[in-house]
Design a protein around this ligand. Structure first.
Ligand code: FNR
Length: 392
């Protein structure tokens, strides 16, 4: 019998009104190594601050003398309307950070009418998540699949075929991981799958009873999309298997091959240079996703938001431009939309929601972003997203 009723959405909005509140609560609730995996950047971690500083420099001049009290947050992409211009970015092993996180987020995104992207290295399979998405009333095509294209052609083709059969609404090919990056914090925290048992880990887990209880209920997280391809010996050392199978440069030939294999919207994720964006469009990409991987790959990459206008102008409307890296609020979403993003994505922020509150945290993070974005639009006198650019 529950001792306390779960908080209502209104109580959550009062007690935890910002994504930063969710971040603080998430940090307390999950094991240190899971936190370090989620939170870290790469190298000296200058890129994390650069993403944030560049965003916070963008200001809007408000316009008054008109009524914008009911702004329209909806937007069009890939032939359908979405309820808001933001979605869930692919985050590997979300299920290690909070058990069942991928499923919670897929259901919440379906209910909210925003895109959800499942990572290749998720803890849940594309089949499970697509079924959850549909069961939650998600419109067809709302669950997307992110591909770290495997080195083995057979595995590559099979993964794409599975995503197609499951009804994934877009294939998001990530190209900004030619090799795993140096993440010093993750080394120090002994991030590994499965984690090595140690006294330190046991003591840490003793302080995270909610996470331990949820993991016992849900089971140990696994690389659910990839296990079918690993032999028993490879399963025993799954990290080495993933390193050899997934870590390599994605070339134009790979993109051309994937374009042939995949009949739906093809998105190329992780581009920063205008010429790469044009090359992706030339190869048949249906959208380009500007990102510096949340400052996790190349620490001396420019702030992703600073790369956005160049890509938007080089593509000149040929294909939509998607964006992520460093977004922490609905105000940040407004900033990226004003600079030309057709759809924005957040990685860490949605993970914070679920780690902080379990399943209700997914819907709460979405509600915060919606409320903040609507507030910025009303405050600046914008009834439609397209007007935001005129407030820069
Ligand atoms: C990621 N990202 C990522 N990207 C991808 O294409 N496939 C993946 O499996 C992952 N995994 C992953 C794990 C974790 C813990 C993080 C934080 C990020 C990158 C992700 O899709 C997105 O580009 C960034 O998270 C955006 O930056 P913010 O929103 O986290 O600042």
């Amino acid at each position: 019998m529950p001792i306390l009723a779960p908080p209502t959405p209104a109580q959550l909005m009062r007690d935890l009104p910002s994504l930063d509140d969710l971040r603080r609560r998430a940090r307390r609730r999950i094991p240190h190594l899971a936190w370090e995996y989620l939170d870290s950047g790469t190298g000296a971690e200058e890129g994390l601050g650069r993403n944030r500083e560049a965003l916070s420099r963008i200001t809007f001049t408000p316009r008054f003398l008109r009524d914008a009290n009911a702004p329209d947050l909806s937007t069009a992409l890939f032939g359908r309307r979405w309820a808001a211009p933001f979605g869930v970015a692919p985050v590997g092993m979300l299920g290690m950070m909070w058990p069942g996180a991928e499923r919670h987020l897929a259901r919440a995104a379906a209910e909210a009418g925003i895109p959800f992207t499942l990572s290749t290295v998720a803890a849940e399979s594309i089949e499970t998540v697509a079924a959850d998405h549909a069961a939650a009333g998600g419109a067809p095509g709302g669950a997307w699949f992110q591909l770290y294209a495997p080195t083995q052609a057979e595995m590559r083709r099979d993964l794409v075929a599975r995503a197609q059969a499951a009804g994934a609404g877009a294939l998001v090919v990530t190209v900004d991981v030619p090799v795993g990056s140096r993440r010093e914090r993750q080394r120090r925290a002994r991030v590994a799958m499965p984690p090595a048992l140690s006294l330190g880990l046991a003591l840490d887990l003793a302080r995270r009873p909610a996470w331990v209880a949820a993991t016992l209920r849900h089971g140990i997280p696994r690389f659910a999309n990839l296990l079918p391809y690993a032999s028993p010996a490879e399963t025993a050392d799954i990290t080495a298997f993933l390193r050899t199978s997934l870590s390599h440069a994605i070339t134009r030939d790979h993109l051309a091959e994937l374009r042939d294999l995949w009949s739906g919207p093809l998105v190329v994720k992780g581009l920063m240079h205008p010429e790469d964006a044009v090359a992706a469009a030339d190869l048949g990409a249906d959208a380009v996703w500007v990102s510096n991987h949340g400052a996790r790959q190349l620490d001396l990459a420019p702030a992703a938001i600073d790369a956005l206008p160049g890509v938007v102008s080089a593509l000149a409307g040929r294909v939509p431009v998607l964006f992520d890296s460093g977004l922490r609020s609905g105000a940040d979403v407004a900033r990226a939309v004003a600079l030309g993003a057709d759809m924005c994505f957040l990685g860490r922020a949605f993970a914070w929601g679920v780690c902080a509150l379990g399943a209700p945290g997914a819907a709460h993070a979405i509600a915060i972003l919606r409320e903040e974005l609507a507030s910025v639009m009303t405050q600046t006198g914008c009834v439609a997203l397209s007007e935001l650019r005129d407030r820069l």
